[in-house]
Design a protein around this ligand. Structure first.
Ligand code: HEM
Length: 468
């Protein structure tokens, strides 16, 4: 299996084979990579009731102690209960209630960029983390050095160790879990034992904060507050555990992906400055220069919307959920099946090559590789929905994620210019349009110059209030 830029390697293999579907065997497990939207919708969407299991992930669930991560839950009762709870808190009618929290985070982001533009990647992490901790627990984070954001970031960094070769060894050979300490991978076992603390911290501490706030009468509205208030006298320990695990899942699944999307936006703005100017012109004419865009303006800003869709379309190959590790987070088939003459045995793992689907020239045109928001306005193109995955495993945070990404992008465009940074000779430092493979594949780190568009922009940012 390729360990780097998997989405490109899979696409090349499929092209060489002239097929929608490539198949190989890793240590006795059948792996099937789906290249086309047609094959993915037929199997992962339409036949979702048999394609929604996950493979066992010992490195994550056993060694690191993240057995509460929904993405790795097998298909069954626990999975259904958690998906239902996610739906209750993240369906379109409910995510509207989170608008003020997105606004608060976006305004804080602008203030942070204004005061320290070179630290923008860090500010983005605080923005995404801040929104999530607010929505999930009612925690109002500090603009920097916040203990809850730091703890959550430590938990995320623990999760990312599952892509290391020694962790993959446990996913491929689960029996290593029960082997003595001198066998290969023992070093990782030791590290993982320590990292379990990070899993516990993110699961317990913010939830405890909300419980105490609720008891003191100081709790802000949040998912944890609602779920805890609904726990009646007859509720079981499982009910509380569900609330605790749900809220912790929001950070683990939501922070990195959101930041990654906005990082990709910054990169695209440097590589395609004309699209940046066009979006700014639209914002100036619709919103004006004396207020900031808000989520209620979405319908009035077609070009900005198209730009966000284009960011999401291109982010697909950076979100490598399905292609993370030999036995990472693909969909697992639960019974024998067949498709176009292929026999598909029970236990096969299915990986949707989302990147290939969203770069299909027959849908997006010959310039599918380019960043071109206009394509969504000129042609009757479908929204790039597969960026959120498939069937019963589709991203349950997608509506909120889209709001978060939209508002951050529109707010930055309204107030800042994003350009390539200059070196000591005053020449532009080139940026590469490439990505690091990982659970979420980020753009290769780049330097940018982010400057306020005008004196009015500075005043506008400074005048925003951060409501608690
Ligand atoms: C731009 C941001 C995001 C992108 C591109 C994204 C994309 C994805 C993808 C591709 C999957 C895998 C679906 C599959 O297996 O077919 C997924 C799963 C998941 N996402 Fe997101 N996501 C984003 C943000 C979020 C946010 C903000 C949350 C939380 C509110 C979230 C929660 C989850 C969870 C819990 C899963 C696991 C679902 C399961 O296994 O049943 N995601 N996401």
């Amino acid at each position: 299996m390729p360990s780097d830029h998997e989405w490109l390697v899979y696409e090349r293999w499929a092209e060489e084979k002239g097929s929608d579907l490539i198949h190989f065997d890793v240590l006795g497990t059948d792996i099937v990579v789906l290249r086309s939207l047609k094959a993915a919708s037929e199997l992962l969407d339409k036949r979702s009731s048999i394609y929604s299991d996950r493979p066992f992930t010992p490195a994550l669930s056993v060694l690191l102690g993240f057995d509460w991560v929904l993405a790795s839950f097998p298909y069954g009762e626990k999975f259904r209960a958690m998906r239902k709870a996610f739906h209750t808190s993240f369906q379109p009618s409910v995510v509207k209630d989170y608008y003020p929290l997105h606004r608060r985070a976006a305004h804080q982001l602008l203030k942070n960029i204004l005061s320290a533009p070179d630290e923008t990647p860090q500010h983005l992490r605080y923005m995404a983390g801040g929104v999530i901790l607010d929505i999930a627990y009612g925690i109002k984070t500090k603009p920097r050095d916040d203990p809850y954001v730091e703890a959550a970031e430590r938990a995320l960094s623990a999760v990312t160790t599952v892509v290391s070769p020694s962790a993959r060894l446990f996913d491929m050979f689960p029996m290593l879990l029960y082997m003595p300490s001198w066998v290969p991978g023992a070093g990782y076992k030791k590290t993982a034992k320590f990292l379990q603390n990070y899993s516990r911290d993110i699961l317990e501490n913010p939830f405890q904060f909300t419980k105490e706030a609720l008891a003191n009468g100081t709790a802000s509205p949040s998912i944890a507050t609602t779920m805890l208030s609904q726990l009646g006298k007859n509720s079981s320990q499982e009910d509380e555990l569900l609330a605790k695990q749900l809220t912790a899942n929001v950070y683990i699944a939501g922070a990195d992906t959101t930041v990654c999307a906005i990082q990709n936006f910054l990169l695209a703005m440097m590589l395609y400055p004309d699209t940046q100017r066009r979006a700014q012109t639209e914002l100036d004419s619709v919103i004006g220069c004396d207020r900031l865009p808000d989520l209620s303006n979405i319908d009035a800003l077609p070009y900005v919307n198209a730009l966000v869709l284009e960011v999401l379309r291109r982010v697909a190959f950076r979100v490598a959920w399905g292609v993370v590790a030999p036995l990472g987070f693909p969909h697992r088939l639960m019974v024998n099946d067949s498709y176009e003459g292929y026999f598909l045995p029970r236990g096969s793992l299915f990986i949707g090559n989302i990147w290939a689907m969203l770069h299909d020239k027959s849908v997006y045109g010959v310039d599918a590789q380019d960043f071109n928001p206009q394509r969504f306005l000129d042609h009757d193109l479908p929204e790039p929905d597969v960026v959120w995955g498939f069937g019963r495993r589709v991203c349950p945070g997608r509506h909120m994620a889209r709001d978060s990404v939209w508002l951050a992008i529109a707010s930055i465009l309204a107030t800042f210019n994003i350009n390539k940074a200059l070196d000591e000779k005053g020449e532009e430092i080139e940026v590469v349009d490439d990505h690091i493979s990982g659970i979420v594949a980020y753009p290769v780190p780049f330097k940018s110059e982010i400057t306020p568009r005008s004196a009015d922009s500075v005043m506008l940012i400074q005048s925003t209030e951060i409501y608690d």
